[in-house]
Design a protein around this ligand. Structure first.
Ligand code: ADP
Length: 395
């Protein structure tokens, strides 16, 4: 067995994990524990011995992770057979404190705990995963990899909201950005693919999944991104609104009779594609459009409009762009979105090749025409591998 890194992404009611060979860059096992806290919790686990699914009472994260670890020894072997040399943990919010992957100590845990006020839905379950995994694997280093870290380099002008600066300071209100692990991984792969030094090109990365965000990466440094204090700002997402006039929220509070929790629910769970069309999945939206559903078509148009707006903004901010890269579920699999996002931009040096765009190929690929001044790429993201490599680098 080669040396391996276990990657853990611990959410409020689920834990996703992957065991990765960081040298080969391949997964050896993966699984997901769902419905934690319920009597009909489920674990689905795959490794070199096959796939198992089991429904059982999973009281808490402790139970969930123990169940996952048991899977690795279910055929009479033991966990140590898997040669785990590090554990990489996805942590959503690193605030202004963490700009790099960080070896987890008790101090780090306390700091991440303090940052929970900025990410109350994410950091506490991330910490639960860390606590349990540290207890179960006490002899290997645990590394926290922060979703916000890549955006640590945003210039003040990009990260500052124009509100009373004393209020912003007191409450930590600024742009932090999220999906950073993906934006960094994809922008580095894009530079490699083009055979250009990372710090020699200007990039726009469009991470379009259920959550969606865009970033501007100038000479190897993130200079802007669409997500802000929280992952709610920016692009239209599966169930999240993205940009909205903050005055609309005041209006809903004052006139609409909404409570804060109802507003949270509306913006995070009942908006975006779902709010506009009734479905949050892009494939379902495409299906509705093909049936002639006009509201679905409007939803699509709003989605594309927002995307184009940011592509334009980031081109101007950086004084030009060398490469635009699509990634994540929609970005990697929806050629129509890629075509519409960049349609009619030949005057700006951007020309998508429709044949190349329509091809279904795995792996990084170029979809711009040979004479397009701006390279347009599709680069599959792999946040688990990026976390594994970050943890591996630390050992
Ligand atoms: P997450 O943010 O949950 O990681 P993903 O990156 O997996 O999300 O992206 C999920 C989105 O990708 C969904 O809206 C899904 O419909 C969309 N998607 C996946 N495959 C396709 C496809 N072949 N065509 C269009 N959309 C797709």
């Amino acid at each position: 067995m080669p040396r391996t890194v276990l990657v853990i992404n611990s959410g409020s009611s689920s834990i996703k994990y992957q065991l990765i060979d960081p040298v080969a860059g391949t997964p050896l096992a993966n699984g997901v524990v769902e419905r934690i806290g319920e009597s009909d919790g489920v674990i689905n686990h795959s490794d070199t011995h096959g796939n198992v699914e089991e429904t059982t009472n999973i009281a808490d994260h402790d139970d969930g992770l123990r169940l996952a670890f048991d899977m690795f020894s279910r055929d009479g072997g033991s966990l140590s057979d898997w040669n785990i040399v590090a554990v990489g943990h996805r942590v959503v919010h690193g605030g202004t404190v963490f700009s790099q992957p960080t070896i987890i100590t008790d101090d780090v845990v306390r700091t991440v705990e303090k940052l929970s006020t900025l990410a109350p839905l994410h950091n506490p379950p991330n910490l639960l995963g860390i606590e349990v995994a540290r207890r179960m694997l006490p002899d290997v280093p645990h590394v926290a990899v922060f979703d916000t870290a890549f955006f640590h380099t945003l210039p003040q002008a990009a990260k500052t909201y124009a509100i009373d600066s004393a209020v912003a300071e007191k409450h930590g209100i600024q742009r932090y950005g999220f999906h950073g692990t993906s934006h960094e991984y994809v922008s580095r792969r894009a530079a490699e693919f083009l055979g250009k030094p990372y710090d020699s090109i200007n990039q726009i990365v469009l991470h379009l999944g259920n959550g969606a965000s865009a970033s501007a990466v100038q000479a190897g440094q993130a200079v802007d991104t669409t997500m802000g204090l929280t992952p709610l700002e920016g692009l239209v997402m599966g169930t999240r609104s993205g940009d909205i006039d903050p005055g609309a929220l005041l209006h809903l509070l004052r006139v609409g009779g909404y409570s804060v929790d109802e507003l949270d629910q509306l913006l995070n769970r009942q908006s975006g594609l779902k709010g506009l069309s009734g479905v949050n999945d892009f494939r379902a939206l495409s299906e509705l459009i093909s049936q002639g559903d006009e509201q679905a078509k409007l939803t699509y148009d709003v989605y594309i409009h927002r995307l184009r707006k940011y592509v334009g903004a980031y081109m101007l901010e950086m004084g030009g762009v060398d490469v635009i890269t699509f990634t994540a579920g929609v970005g990697e699999n929806a050629p129509q979105v890629r075509a519409d996002a960049l349609a009619g931009l030949e005057r700006l040096g951007i020309a998508v090749d429709s044949a190349a765009n329509a091809e279904r190929v795995k792996g990084p690929r170029m979809i711009s025409t040979p004479d397009s001044a701006v390279a347009v790429l599709v680069v599959p993201t792999n946040e688990e591998l990026a976390i594994a490599l970050a943890a591996w680098d630390m050992v």
